[in-house]
Design a protein around this ligand. Structure first.
Ligand SMILES: [Zn+2]
Length: 657
């Protein structure tokens, strides 16, 4: 026995990470030999013999087992087939989320010898993460989703002097609990480079991640992105001063500053950036998790230069911006070199610009970041509880009805709305939308972009679009927001005439939709008849997992304790609050990311009865959402799990009295 060679299974056959991926099972590709052992057809020692014969003879393992070890050929064939099913291109595409029709189309293109990942990308069904998943599956490596950013142990790596290369397609993550070092790569070729760079630190365990994820890790964890931004501002200020003294100025410096600012905002997780002038200075402000934060001051000349640059880029004539806001987008379309250099920014995000200029010469620019791959685009990832998720799925499977999402601006309604639409097969159902703006382009939806419908002309344009849309006979209609009587009327009519209609409404609580529709001239009883579902939601800031501290204030215990009596499972040791001043992981705010809280109203006979009897919103709310079902109760659940703090909850959800 001792003469037998040791059984060496290829390292990549067993992924180091078994974290669940949003694409379903992690890509575990077991080799034929492993399967034979696992299924009891071979013992490990016999496999060792077979492998050494295979290496010496160059024959296939299945043949060796059949001829030398008398393994049942039928079993070998069956296992080989199963293995093929797991790792074949069709299986990979299915796991990445393509439907049967798309898979067969993609496979036809395989005949032209195009690489599978490129085919996957070109089908338009897979985003950057999906393509990374396909890459991972093809190289039999685990795929890591964007949450990998939270797993990076910068301190541990720095303590061991692990080098980081900012311009490479790989980045170290942490030392693995199983030994060796974990590295994220973005291209198959980077694997060998990573091995060369880090083999001194033990086994190199690679995981595939998207380019954006790796760029975000580099930006957020290993480089002081804010310091980089401040340096770019310094250079631009110097250039502005040179220009003022008549010297030649370099226009590129300002363009680079703008691109650097956008990259900083994208990777630091901001939702908006604002530049505005005060009397003598300009201010740069960014909004993180719903809270604005001043980044730095800049000089008026630099602010004016950036303002004009943005206007030009968005094809807005500066003279046209006077005492009003003008909308556009920043694209860098005229600067392919810069677009290429900042590809992680411009390929993934788009930037909605709103320029303003006051009579006194003050100027402002708001840039809204739209992430074409924003997280939470599947209903499983939005954060619904299991029974609510099945209620949503039931509604999505119906041919008609009206689904409303409610909440104030910035409560994540659009994300939830897109997630629901994403769950509908666009090949079987024709999906058409009217939005302002279109936040996410979808290859298989027909999307109309309209103005805010604030003026008569815009209202007419909206109605035109709606009529045009109905002529196309869609199955599913999404109206970005119901603001006007026309929109309310049309939404209900469309639901009545066999369409599944989705929209958002600016009310606080689910039970208030009936009152609001009455205000918009729609009989609440008619609404109740066609309404399928209402979800009211808010986003609550999440505590930073690195620096949050236990919270044992009596106030909190009283609050959670009384809920615990009836419906809340609660372990007092779990309660947390933000650490004043935060840490580098949370940008010194104590919070990182946001979680959704919601309440769901399914208009059943009881609800219709209440509407019939004219029961008001407040009373309906109390009757429907008692005992742990309200927005606030959902927030208490987060609080009890130590995910958010009382302060953050009160910021977002009104406390019941
Ligand atoms: Zn922190």
């Amino acid at each position: 026995m001792s003469a037998l060679p040791q059984v060496v299974l290829r390292e990549h056959a067993l992924p180091a990470n078994d974290a669940p991926s949003p694409f379903g099972d992690p890509p575990v590709f077991r080799l034929l030999g492993e399967l034979l052992v696992a299924e009891g057809h071979l013992d490990p020692a016999a496999l060792g013999t077979a492998l050494s014969v295979q290496r010496a003879s160059g024959r296939r393992l299945g043949e060796v087992c059949r001829d030398c070890l008398d393994t049942d050929p039928a079993c070998i064939d069956a296992l080989a087939l199963r293995q093929q099913e797991h790792r074949g291109p069709a299986a990979i595409l299915r796991r990445a989320g393509l439907g049967p029709h798309q898979v067969s189309q993609a496979l036809r293109r395989l005949e032209s010898r195009e690489p599978l990942w490129r085919i996957a990308r070109d089908t338009g069904y897979l985003d950057e993460e999906g393509v990374a998943f396909v890459h991972a599956a093809l190289s039999a490596l685990p795929y890591a989703d964007p949450s990998l950013v939270d797993e990076v142990d910068a301190e541990g790596l720095a303590a061991a002097s692990v080098p980081v290369f900012a311009d490479q397609a790989f980045v170290p993550i942490r030392f693995s609990p199983a030994g060796g070092i974990e590295v994220a790569i973005t291209q198959p070729e980077a694997r060998a480079l990573a091995h060369n760079a880090y083999h001194a630190f033990g086994a190199v365990r690679c995981r595939f991640a998207s380019r954006s994820t790796v760029q975000e890790i580099l930006c957020r964890t290993f480089s002081d992105a804010r310091a980089g931004l401040l340096r770019a501002i310094e250079r631009a200020e110097a250039a502005v001063r040179r220009a003022a003294s008549g010297e030649e100025s370099d226009h590129d410096i300002n363009r680079r500053l703008l691109a650097t600012l956008l990259r900083f905002a994208c990777h630091a997780g901001a939702s908006d950036v604002r530049l505005y002038s005060t009397l003598y200075r300009g201010t740069l402000n960014a909004r993180f998790d719903g809270v604005g934060q001043d980044l730095t001051e800049i000089s008026r000349p630099l602010l004016d230069a950036l303002w004009v640059l943005m206007a030009n880029d968005a094809r807005i004539r500066p003279e046209s911006v006077s005492n009003r806001l003008v909308e556009g987008s920043i694209t860098f379309q005229d600067d392919p070199a810069m677009r290429e250099e900042f590809a992680d920014v411009f390929e993934r995000y788009s930037f909605r610009l709103e320029l303003g200029s006051s009579a006194g010469g003050g100027r402002s620019a708001s840039i809204r970041l739209l992430d074409s791959q924003s997280a939470g685009t599947s209903i499983e990832r939005v954060g619904y509880e299991a029974q609510d998720l099945s209620a949503i799925r039931r509604v999505l499977a119906q041919p008609d009805g009206l689904v409303l999402l409610t909440g104030p601006t910035g409560s994540g309604k659009t994300t939830s709305l897109y997630a629901m639409l994403e769950a509908i097969d666009p090949e079987r159902m024709s999906i058409q939308t009217i939005e302002n703006p279109v936040e996410r382009r979808h290859g298989k939806w027909l999307q109309y972009e309209v103005g805010k419908a604030a003026t008569d002309t815009e209202r007419d344009a909206f109605l035109d679009h709606f009529r045009q849309l109905l002529r196309n006979d869609p199955d599913v209609i999404m109206l970005g927001e119901i603001r006007s009587r026309e929109a309310a009327r049309l939404a209900v009519q469309a639901a009545q005439t066999g369409h599944l209609v989705f929209s958002t409404l600016h009310v606080d609580r689910a039970a208030q939709v009936f009152g609001r529709f009455r205000g918009l001239g729609v009989d609440p009883r008619e609404l109740a008849e066609h309404l399928s579902l209402v979800v009211a939601q808010r986003l609550v800031r999440r505590l930073c997992p690195r620096c949050a501290v236990p919270d044992d204030r009596p106030l909190l215990h009283e609050l959670l304790g009384s809920a615990a009596v009836s419906w809340l499972a609660w372990n007092p040791a779990l309660a947390r609050r933000g650490f004043p001043g935060g840490c580098s992981h949370c940008n010194f705010t104590g919070y990182r990311g946001r979680a959704m809280v919601y309440e769901m109203l399914e208009p059943d006979a009881g609800v219709r009865n209440m509407v019939e009897c004219g029961v008001g919103g407040l009373e309906m709310e109390q009757r429907l959402f008692a005992g742990g079902r309200s927005l606030w109760d959902q927030g208490l659940r987060l609080l009890a799990r130590g995910l958010t703090s009382l302060e953050a909850l009160r910021e977002s959800v009104r406390e019941p009295r």
